[in-house]
Design a protein around this ligand. Structure first.
Ligand code: PGA
Length: 252
């Protein structure tokens, strides 16, 4: 993969459309001539339509969730068809905060992945162990991958993105600390091995594997250069335009 993929996960921020537009514009204006990175802004649903009118190539738009049905009586849900029509290319699926606070389980996550792929959205599937000292991390990752990707057609696998995001490393977790690049390297290699089993080695090599959890401008490059991953999922630091720009610049 010649380009790193950087996903800004704004979570439930900012509070107003004016702030969302200002954040997007500020990052876009500071990053002209991007060659080595692709940047995707995953904003709350309510800002997507307005941001779609502001965003310029090569920046892209994503959402933080999607429902698995395409249309119908599903109060409060947003379909993959709606997201595609509004101009989204990507969707984060299975983030640990949705598992923790909304009880999302692997079966639901799998339905969302399948629906996203069917409708031409690129799912960013999040995986990761909860506790820093968890034993059997590889079993946890293997189960999350196999269940989350059940029924995914090998041909569609090229549109997948996988994020290794240990829950303990997310900046809002108690005693959060970014994962060591060496550990992210091991997790990334293991994920690639499972993907190869599921889709064949050649297809697996084309699937970007990202790291997420307390990424900042000081550690960002280590996940690409040392851990040999293909990009980053950035939460908190993506809300500070200057810091987010520094992260992206540190990769080139
Ligand atoms: P963080 O969040 O960068 O603030 O740790 C990452 C995420 O939860 O996606």
């Amino acid at each position: 993969m010649d380009k790193s993929l950087i996903i800004a996960n704004w979570k439930m921020n900012p509070e107003t459309l004016a702030e969302a537009k200002a954040l997007l514009n500020s990052v876009q204006n500071d990053l002209t001539g991007l060659e080595k990175t692709e940047v995707v802004f995953c904003s709350p649903f309510i800002f997507l339509d307005s941001l779609a009118h502001l965003i310029v190539e090569p920046f892209q738009l994503g959402s933080q969730n999607v429902f698995y049905e395409e249309r119908g009586a599903f109060t409060g849900e947003i379909s993959p068809v709606m997201l595609k029509k509004i101009g989204c290319q990507y969707v984060i699926i299975g983030h640990s905060e949705r598992k923790q606070y909304l009880g999302e389980a692997d079966e639901l996550i799998n339905k969302k992945v399948l629906a996203a792929l069917k409708n031409g959205l690129k799912p960013i599937l999040c995986l990761g162990e909860k506790d820093k000292d968890a034993s059997g991390v590889s079993d946890i990752l293997k189960t999350q991958l196999e269940k989350g990707l059940t029924g995914v057609d090998a041909k569609r696998a090229k549109n997948l993105i996988i994020t290794y995001e240990p829950v303990w490393a997310i900046s809002t977790s108690e005693n959060a600390a970014a994962c060591q690049p060496d550990d992210a390297l091991v997790a990334g290699l293991f994920i690639r091995k499972i993907l190869a089993k599921l889709f064949g080695r050649r297809r697996a090599e084309k699937i970007p594997i990202l790291y997420g959890g307390s990424v900042d401008s000081k550690n960002a490059a280590s996940y690409i250069k040392e851990a040999q991953l293909n990009g980053l999922l950035v939460g908190n630091a993506s809300l500070k335009a200057k810091e987010f720009v520094r992260i992206i610049k540190s990769l080139s």
